[in-house]
Design a protein around this ligand. Structure first.
Ligand SMILES: [Zn+2]
Length: 142
């Protein structure tokens, strides 16, 4: 994809068309066919480049939307010890602080016990205010 190729092809096509319009003498059939063939080649090149530019534009538009979405996600991450919550998304998390701080990876934490969370990626356990601690071992008597 090169916009300069597109512009050059259109310029060449325009030049050929002007030559045809401004010809001082009537062109014989062979010369006319040759000029028209050159004109068609330049227009075909311009069309090919325009399609490539359109494809690239669509890809860049998608990439931009993805980057904007990522920036929006990053901008709404809030640290609420011991993990991150995303205040701007339907899916609030919680997310692993270890993975987010180190690599900006939004890794969901999974509940291991009430208030105890595990990151499946970095294997870190964190406990929030709901954590009651390990249950006392049951001692069986008799
Ligand atoms: Zn993690």
């Amino acid at each position: 994809m090169d916009i300069s190729v597109y512009v050059a092809s259109l310029s060449a096509a325009t030049k050929i068309a002007k030559e045809l319009i401004n010809a001082d003498r009537a062109l014989d059939k062979a010369d006319l066919k040759l000029k028209l063939a050159d004109l068609m080649v330049e227009l075909a090149n311009a069309r090919t480049e325009a399609i490539e530019i359109q494809t690239e534009n669509a890809r860049l538009t998608r990439d931009l939307a993805e980057i904007q979405s990522r920036l929006s996600f990053q901008g709404s991450m809030r640290f609420k010890s011991p993990y991150y919550i995303n205040v701007g998304q339907g899916d609030r998390g919680p997310y692993c602080a270890n993975c987010w701080d180190a690599e900006q990876l939004a890794m969901h934490l999974i509940v291991r016990d009430p208030g105890e969370w595990l990151c499946r990626r970095c294997k870190q356990f964190v406990e929030d205010e709901d954590y009651k601690g390990p249950e006392a071992p049951q001692i069986r008597l008799g």
